[in-house]
Design a protein around this ligand. Sequence first.
Ligand code: GRF
Length: 197
Amino acid sequence: MKKVGVLISGRGSNLGALIAAQEGAPYKIVLVISNFESAEGLSRAKDAGIPALVIAHKGKPREIFDGELDAALRKAGVDIVCLAGFMRILSDGFARAWEGKLINIHPSLLPAYMGMGVHERVIEARETQSGASVHFVVPELDAGPVIAQAAVPVHPTDTADILAARVLEVEHRLYPEALRLLADGKVRLEKGLTVFI
Ligand code: GRF
């Protein structure tokens, strides 16, 4: 059983999906950390009886903030860290320290559409497909090797919000699946590549 820490900044619907899927899964969420006290996701943790912490980033150098995250995760005995709508860029040092044990979900078919404002850009480019990706986190933003990906159609009438909702639905299925693979030791990061075992 792998102990999981989830980092959030807001709504926490992916956290909710990871919580909902944990029964019978090879992972247990032992800690949720938000950098904002107002994050809705914190109540999802509390409702599920999972310890939740607020570690504010404001006014702190990145390395200090990341050091506090690292200390809290290690104190809780965390094996795997999941970023779930966590809106801070982590330092290279943090990414390296957790290499192969740190994953993120991004609402695009990576490597396409890294960064922010994905759905607006996908619609603007008249793409016919978009989707979600779970990937290992490396120091370069959204550039880590993909573990799992799922596509959805983009319709000509879609607004960014409509597309976001369609993608979010697959995110909620994809993230628990990818975490399960990692927790089970069925996938790992090796020399910068995702390897399925
Ligand atoms: C999701 O779309 C995720 O892909 C992105 O941020 C959003 C977080 O949503 N990284 P939630 O907080 O999990 O509801």
